[in-house]
Ligand binder design. Structure first.
Ligand SMILES: *[C@@H]1O[C@H](CO)[C@@H](O)[C@H](O)[C@H]1NC(C)=O
Ligand SMILES: *[C@@H]1O[C@H](CO)[C@@H](O)[C@H](O)[C@H]1NC(C)=O
Ligand SMILES: *[C@@H]1O[C@H](CO)[C@@H](O)[C@H](O)[C@H]1NC(C)=O
Length: 848
């Protein structure tokens, strides 16, 4: 642009004669003509320049506005008022066990809550200090989890450590304006196998999170008896640490006391701070017994040299107070939280008052559980009922309240951006391994929780939909805040806005709508209609986002975006977005693919959208039309029925002829081999007749079942016969423990995806899909049709197999698991996994 202008100016100057006094006439004429031409040039250039400038700034503007879209929230009013979880609006649900990532801890449902928690370790063991705090599989506990939890007011948890068991209980009490009081009771008992009664240190802590202040009150010696504090949300409060007793409230017990009062740059640092403050200089000296040195918190020494400097990111330091009590088992200890605005407290919630209160809530819990699920009436044993209470309770006790920002990126962003700050109230798949929100897990979680407490489901769904952006996208894994981020490898942190995840929240909405239809006047369904009304604009955008960004190459086909691009290293490039990670799809990802599971999710979602729209008196015809189209069995078969496989299938650029082979590294003769890179496993692909081409993928497994799983097939569909046959075939999907994810006959069955990636959805039994299968068998078993009887029989068999195995594994191992081995039934993967594996409760109750 600049250069062009200069040249024109130079040309103009040249046309002026410098010295001639009398220029000849023709010359003049010529000169005039030249000047005119010059002017035209100038004008055109100016116009061009202005146009280019406008274009340039418009492009710049578009670019920055497109870049910002990914972090722009949806413009409709939020489903939840900003104060919806506050102590004024929701006092009963303000405090809770909303820190699923720690073994025992409580906080309020507010952005910068004061947090309380428990750490512990065993004294005088041979090993180093085994400090327990955040739920870690590497702690190798024999089992832990909530045995009872009512979502609101109380909970009972059992934690089985090496040779002792801790029972952690809490009870809340209403009063005042700040969410009331609560009391904890920890009971420690040695196992009968223990040679000596172990000495255990419990460390109770209170920490603020950037706002509020704490004050420690120390009694004689080192005993921290109370912590007082204030915060915006809690006003004044007092935490009292009672002395341990031998179990019955009367008899006191010898104990060693220590405390730590310091500050922390963030909640993710609490464990380190405690570890770094440990000292062996203390003496445990019970009246009857030997004197022994023990380990306890002492003055805190920051781990790094430059502790005088402020933390690099200038985070505000928060108060952190720890009370350590060291006692020999058996013992019991209570911690009281009392709210300053609770003036007319009748008595302290401690000792026998607490015992009575706990008993009352346990009875109420048992009664509500039987009323809701009716397992005793169905003839389940005491032990089976106890197991299912534990599965439900650990899902409820695994509900977390998180606050913070996701890290996101769109194609218009060179670097990841911070998503707007927000809260998320959600269940988590696993308190140890996945202690955060996952979009597609949550739909399954809420299927169970909606039966127990629809209010929980409405609030969780509302929180998720309030995180939607203006495009209609919700980040599928929610890693909010530093504490959550400290648990996730960095490559998984950034969420991309072209990536979907199955819209399972529609399953939960369907359940709420059905409850409303069945009991329009019940107190539990009263909140549903206003909730749906506020939710609706967001649901519309959410649906539209799927219906536009995930479309496939043909009408009525859909395709998951975000598959692995590197076809060189993966045996089969993963499709994390589908939720089924490494389940085999087309070997060569391309825009020609169509995915049968996504199409079925869309059929399901459009059906629920139509129903919700109708309920609200909104136009529903377009959703209904889409639902009809996607439910059309003929169209479905045209796009996805593989005659060769006799099953539904994905379609794409595919070959079966793939294998991982050791790369050849050329080492010239005479050169030392170790100077050359280690040979990797890389994928080799067939050629000629075996080269990838457009065809059905022909993998038999969970994906093939989706038209059945989501009730898309009509009861008279002959395809059902094939599906029921494949399911019941032990060489394909059937096992005595549930349906395996991929047929044993598939070439990729139980194959690794790379040297380092073990098979995940390539054979193992997953409970969420098995739940859908049992539910579908129940559905078709109750509809008239040629396959009704077959479905009904399979229903009984599959349900029994699943329930028995999940229960047996729990009894054997102490845990509910992420997945189950298709050969042995053994639980495997992360644990405890009382996310969707807890749907076993609904199978026991036969509630679908
Ligand atoms: C909570 O917020 C809503 C909407 O902003 C408001 O109408 C209501 O009065 C507030 N409630 C309380 C108790 O502050
Ligand atoms: C979904 O997308 C299809 C086109 O791909 C369109 O015909 C249909 O109307 C859309 N459905 C809704 C409810 O918007
Ligand atoms: C399938 O993938 C192979 C390998 O990338 C490519 O060469 C071929 O053109 C693709 N075929 C189609 C139909 O896209």
């Amino acid at each position: 642009m600049g250069r062009q202008r200069k040249r024109i100016v130079a040309g103009d100057g040249l046309s002026h004669p410098r010295t001639d006094d009398k220029p000849p006439v023709p010359h003049r004429k010529e000169k005039k003509k030249k000047t005119d031409l010059g002017k035209v040039f100038i004008n055109i250039s100016i116009v061009l320049c202005i146009f280019s400038l406008i274009w340039f700034f418009y492009a710049l503007y578009m670019r920055s506005s497109l870049a910002k879209r990914v972090v722009t929230l949806h413009t409709s009013p939020r489903v939840l008022d900003a104060n919806s979880t506050s102590a004024e609006v929701s006092p009963e649900r303000f405090w809770g066990s909303f820190r699923p990532q720690v073994y025992f801890g409580m906080k309020t449902r507010s952005p910068t809550s004061v947090v309380t928690g428990l750490m512990w370790f065993r004294q005088f063991s041979d090993m180093d200090v085994n400090l327990r705090h955040t739920c870690e599989q590497s702690d190798r506990l024999q089992g832990y989890g909530w045995l009872m939890h009512d979502a609101v007011s109380f909970g009972v948890q059992e934690i089985r450590d090496s040779d002792f068991t801790l029972t952690t209980e809490f009870v809340k009490r209403k009063g005042g304006e700040h969410g009331g009081d609560w009391t904890w009771r920890i009971t420690a008992k040695q196992h009968s196998s223990a040679a000596h009664a172990p000495v255990i240190s419990l460390m109770f802590y209170v920490a603020t999170d950037t706002q509020g202040a704490l004050q420690a009150h120390v009694e004689e010696r080192n005993r921290l008896s109370t912590v007082t504090g204030t915060s915006e949300e809690l006003g004044h409060f007092k935490v009292t640490f009672r002395k341990p007793t031998a179990g019955d409230a009367a008899s006191a017990k010898y104990a060693g006391y220590n405390y730590l009062q310091t500050v922390t740059p963030g909640l993710e640092k609490l464990t380190d701070i405690v570890k770094n403050s440990m000292n062996r200089r203390f003496v445990f000296n019970p009246p009857s017994g030997e004197k022994r040195p023990y380990i306890a918190v002492d003055t805190y020494k920051p781990p790094h040299q430059h502790h005088q400097q402020k933390p690099a990111d200038n985070r505000k330091e928060s108060d952190f107070v720890v009370h350590q009590v060291t006692v020999q088992t058996p013992f019991q200890i209570e911690v009281l939280f009392e709210s300053g605005s609770f003036h007319d407290r009748p008595d302290q919630l401690a000792g026998s008052v607490l015992t009575e209160e706990l008993e009352k809530r346990k009875v109420a819990f048992d009664q509500k559980f039987e009323n809701t699920f009716g397992l005793q009436a169905k003839g389940f044993s005491q032990s089976q009922v106890k197991f299912s209470k534990a599965a439900l309770s650990n899902m409820l006790g695994g509900m977390g309240y998180f606050y913070g920002q996701s890290i996101v990126q769109s194609v218009y962003n060179e670097y990841p951006l911070l998503y707007p700050e927000g809260p998320l109230f959600t269940a988590v798949p696993s308190r140890s391994f996945f202690p955060r929100g996952f979009l597609w897990d949550e739909g399954f979680h809420q299927l169970l929780l909606s039966k127990w407490d629809p209010q929980v489901t409405r609030e969780a769904v509302a929180h998720w939909l309030d995180l939607i952006n203006v495009e209609g996208w919700i980040p599928r894994e929610q890693i909010l805040g530093d504490e959550a981020r400290s648990k996730v490898p960095s490559e998984f942190v950034v969420q991309r806005n072209e990536n979907a995840n199955p819209p399972t929240l529609f399953l939960a909405l369907q359940e709420l709508v059905e409850q409303l239809a069945a009991q329009p006047n019940a107190p539990s369904t009263q909140g549903t209609l206003p909730f749906l009304r506020r939710l609706y604009p967001r649901l519309q955008t959410w649906f539209e986002w799927y219906n536009t960004t995930q479309v496939g190459p043909l009408p009525n086909s859909y395709r998951w975006r975000g598959r692995d691009k590197d076809t060189n290293v993966f045996l089969n490039p993963k499709t994390l977005t589908s939720g089924l990670d490494d389940y085999p799809r087309a070997s060569h990802p391309s825009a020609d693919e169509r995915h049968v599971d996504l199409r079925c999710w869309m059929a399901q979602a459009s059906g629920i959208m139509a129903r919700v729209a109708q309920l609200l008196g909104e136009p529903h015809q377009e959703y209904e039309r889409t639902h009809q189209m996607l439910s059309d069995n003929q169209l479905l078969a045209e796009l996805h029925w593989s005659e060769q496989l006799r099953a539904f299938s994905d379609y794409g650029n595919h070959t079966h002829a793939v294998a991982l082979l050791r790369e050849k590294v050329y080492v010239p003769p005479g050169q030392p081999r170790h100077q050359f890179p280690v040979a990797r496993l890389v994928r080799s692909v067939g050629s000629g007749r075996n080269a990838p081409k457009l065809q059905f993928v022909n993998a038999l497994g969970y994906v093939s079942l989706f038209p059945f799983l989501l009730h898309i097939l009509t009861p008279d569909s002959p395809k059902l016969e094939h599906i029921l046959r494949d399911m019941r075939d032990p060489d394909r999907l059937w096992t005595p423990y549930g349906l395996r994810s991929l047929s044993r006959t598939d070439p990729i069955y139980m194959e690794r995806n790379t040297e380092h990636d073990a098979p995940y959805w390539r054979g193992a039994i997953w409970i969420n899909i098995n739940y859908l299968a049992v539910r579908a068998l129940h559905h078709y078993g109750n509809l008239e049709g040629p396959y009704q009887e077959h479905a009904a029989a399979l229903y009984q068999e599959l349900r029994t197999n699943l329930v028995n195995n999940v229960y047996r594994q729990y009894m054997d191992t102490g845990y509910v698991w992420e997945q189950y081995n298709d050969g042995t039934g053994r639980g495997q993967g992360s644990h405890p996994f009382t996310g969707w594996s807890a749907l076993t409760v609904l199978m026991m109750a036969e509630q679908y």
